[in-house]
Design a protein around this ligand. Structure first.
Ligand code: NAP
Length: 246
């Protein structure tokens, strides 16, 4: 589908790989103009932008950068127009035992996965509130609900994302801005490629649906929560885990 000046505009963090890439491609195919960020993979980002034709704009953003989100949001609105959808997808996994975790590691995992969501929401919200229009989708993990040994910092950050989602939905619902989360089970991406074979087999065994969860299925849930099909839904978490937690 081609885009025009009336096409809605989304900002997706971490669109260079994995689930974020699938979100960018799906939104572009559905007529959105999409800005997406990359951190360490400029080549992958360029390839994703090329796949979208003229529907995508790729910008660098390190979530550790305090002023980065405000700069990116301003540039996207200058170049494309008003952002109506924000997808907080970028994240990092760190797998180690709590007793072996330094303060620096703990702070980094919480800051990137939770602080980054806070800063991106803060950058875009005044504009959405002023226009009385917007939808935010935050990527969370089953680890926030079920607990996974070795992922304490990541689980805590993602549980924080769920709390942020519910409270922020209360804050901005009256201004017609929706905030929801997609809670994912195991998805095969570069984030999970370092998990050992035994761990991955166990994760797959826990799923009821043999197809598992692909990046494209995760993207479909994100697109649903961004779209007007879910215009009465806010403060919710949509679990996409092939039945793991069922
Ligand atoms: N895969 C799973 O099983 C799973 C399960 C539950 C939840 N999730 C969540 O889904 C989201 C996407 O995960 P994924 O599996 O697609 O991960 P991925 O393949 O590792 O991709 C991560 C993305 O985040 C970006 N990123 C990493 N560090 C960043 C930083 N410091 N600043 C800004 N951007 C940064 C990367 O950009 P560059 O490539 O440019 O570095 C990349 O685009 C994450 O929030 C993750 O926690 C994933």
């Amino acid at each position: 589908m081609s885009t025009n000046a009336e096409s809605p505009i989304a900002l997706v963090t971490g669109g260079s790989r994995g689930i974020g890439r699938a979100v960018v491609l799906l939104l572009a195919s559905r007529g959105w103009r999409v800005a997406f960020t990359w951190n360490s993979s400029p080549e992958s980002a360029r390839a994703v932008a090329e796949e979208c034709g003229d529907a995508a704009l790729a910008l660098p953003l390190d979530l550790a950068d305090r002023s980065g989100p405000a700069r990116v949001v301003a540039e996207v609105e200058d170049r494309l127009g008003p952002i109506t959808g924000l997808v907080n997808n970028a994240g990092v996994l760190d797998s180690r035992l709590l007793a072996m975790s330094s303060d620096e590691i703990w702070d980094r995992v919480i800051d990137l996965n939770l602080g980054g969501v806070f800063r991106c929401c803060r950058a875009v919200l005044p504009r959405m509130i002023r226009r009385r229009k917007g939808a935010i989708v935050n990527l969370a993990s089953l680890a926030a609900i079920h607990g996974v040994a070795g992922l304490t910092a990541y689980s805590a950050a993602k549980a924080g994302v769920l709390g942020l989602t519910r409270s922020l939905a209360r804050e901005v619902g009256g201004r017609n801005v929706r905030v929801n989360a997609v809670v994912l089970g195991y998805v095969e991406t570069s984030m999970t490629s370092d998990l050992g074979e035994a761990v991955r087999e166990k994760l797959r065994r826990d799923e009821s649906l043999r197809q598992g969860v692909s990046p494209e299925m995760a993207a479909a849930a994100v697109a649903h929560l961004l779209s007007d099909d879910s215009s009465s839904t806010t403060g919710q978490q949509l679990v996409v885990d092939a039945g793991t937690s069922g």
